[in-house]
Write a new protein. Structure first.
Length: 469
């Protein structure tokens, strides 16, 4: 690979970018990671913050020793950093730390004040399962329709709000799709949601590492009531995410997990819960994760979210025309390079006549390029984008139940991070051109149960690269 951009300003901010990995032919190559929509590599500053903090690390809350005081201070500072990052007012909103967005949405689904008459959640058809499935067991879910190219159908959204009006409790929608990178007009939707007296949750797992989030003040009709974040998608993969939400919601009701750290008084008969956010953080928290997440946020803020967006738009507008020219390759979602700044750098594609499982496997084994393939935890959205008929969907469902995933529909997805560069896109394009021409060397066999393709002769001893003791 040629190195046009050796002066890439952000690569030095990350851990592990120069790591070489083995290929099928026995050579080593610098890994290219285009799987940032799944998880990102770590910021060096997050690693450094943890290393520094570990010298003082101790129990948080109520410990009287210096290290406990400092740890409590760091943990609470991390909370403020998150609130500030999403433009939340600490008087009206609270930051509850948890593992990730999945946990955050599940928490809200347990804690949301549904009533007998207000119990509908409108969920978009492009949601990650994490912002869809929790609602199905908590309320009556109605899915908002999509246009054929995968955007939200806002007319359908308007009609649903109009039809169900005061029955709508919440709209749960992603800020950006983790499949197509399409951005939703969330502030405009929020105004409409609030006009019928409902609230809005914006899943920012994919959005927040790439664009500025501004929850706005509660008296602004365009405000967000709740947002979710996942540290591992924002360069802080240390097991922490956050739910930022209205204090008044978390001041009421019982937490879904019960235990230490969230109570004022416990008698054998009675419990008085703490105020938010402690009420919703049962047990000892992941202080290290929170510290890392806050350090990553500081780094993103110092780069500037406008600059993050600019860099990503540049990569996206570079990649789209190059990928589009590859014969047999089809892009999905928003395909106009001139609109690269209006979407995220998440690009899904398929290749005629080649399984997504196979293409992804060849990229990994022969070119050292990490991508994701399949349905990206958004099965309904993928079926919609691929225009899969109900009949075929049913047939595939039956095959899956019988343990055969070979024909599972899906796409290949590349997704950019702050450190990716044009050279890497060139390498990907070259690799895809060769794959399309059949110029790959391995002999691949598909495993029926997983659907994955494995090349003959791939006998890697992972302990050689990493082991515990
Ligand atoms: N929502 C979106 C849009 C996502 O991209 C993801 C992760 N891919 C999730 C929710 C779930 O996040 P987590 O796995 O961190 O819980």
């Amino acid at each position: 690979m040629t190195n046009k951009n050796t002066n890439h300003p952000y690569r030095s901010y990350f851990v592990g970018l120069d790591q070489e990995v083995p290929l099928l032919d026995g050579t080593m190559q610098r890994y290219i990671n285009f799987d940032n929509a799944a998880s990102t590599p770590a910021f060096r500053c997050a690693q450094d913050a943890i290393n520094q903090f570990l010298h003082y690390y101790s129990s948080v809350h109520r410990g009287t020793g210096f290290k406990s005081q400092l740890s409590t201070h760091a943990y609470e500072q991390a909370r403020h950093t998150v609130l500030n990052f999403v433009g939340a007012n600490p008087q009206t909103h609270t930051c509850i730390f948890g593992k990730n967005t999945t946990e955050a949405v599940n928490k809200l689904s347990h804690r949301f004040p549904f009533t007998e008459t207000r119990n509908i959640v409108l969920v978009s058809g492009m949601e990650h399962h994490s912002n869809d499935l929790p609602w199905r067991s908590a309320a009556k879910v109605i899915h908002i329709g999509l246009t054929s190219d995968g955007h939200l159908d806002e007319t359908n959204f308007d009609n649903l709000l109009d039809t169900y009006q005061s029955k709508v409790a919440l709209v749960a929608i992603t800020g950006a799709s983790n499949v197509t990178g399409i951005l939703n007009p969330t502030h405009r939707l929020a105004e409409k949601v609030h006009a019928v007296g409902a609230q809005i949750l914006v899943d920012c797992a994919q959005y927040a590492p790439h664009r500025r989030v501004d929850m706005l003040e509660l008296d602004n009709p365009a405000h967000f009531d709740y947002v979710t974040l996942s540290g591992h998608k924002m360069y802080a993969p240390f097991g922490t995410g956050a739910l930022v939400g209205r204090r008044d919601t978390f001041e009421q009701g019982d937490p879904e997990y019960r235990g230490g750290g969230e109570v004022e008084i416990v008698t054998l008969e009675q419990v008085v819960w703490s105020e938010p956010p402690e009420r919703d953080e049962a047990g000892s928290p992941n202080t290290i994760g929170a510290v890392a997440m806050a350090a990553a946020i500081c780094q993103l803020q110092s780069v500037g979210m406008d600059e993050v967006a600019r860099h990503e738009a540049e990569l996206t507008s570079y990649a789209i025309p190059r990928l589009s020219k590859i014969p047999k390759l089809h892009l999905y979602g928003e395909m106009d390079p001139a609109r690269a700044a209006e979407r995220l750098g998440v690009i899904p594609f398929g290749v005629d006549g080649l399984s997504h499982f196979l293409v992804a496997s060849i990229l990994g084994h022969e070119f050292g390029i990490g991508v994701r393939n399949g349905c990206f935890c958004a099965h309904p959205y993928i079926l919609h984008l691929l225009d899969v008929t109900d009949e075929l969907a049913l047939q595939v469902r039956e095959q899956i139940i019988e343990g055969d995933r070979r024909e599972v529909p899906g796409l290949i997805r590349i997704s950019f991070g702050l450190y990716n560069e044009e050279d890497e896109i060139d390498a990907l394009v070259e690799a895809l051109e060769r794959i399309v021409r059949g110029e790959y060397r391995g002999v691949y066999h598909q495993d029926a149960r997983s659907g994955e393709y494995h090349p003959d002769g791939w006998n890697i001893d992972f302990d050689q690269y990493f082991k515990f003791c």
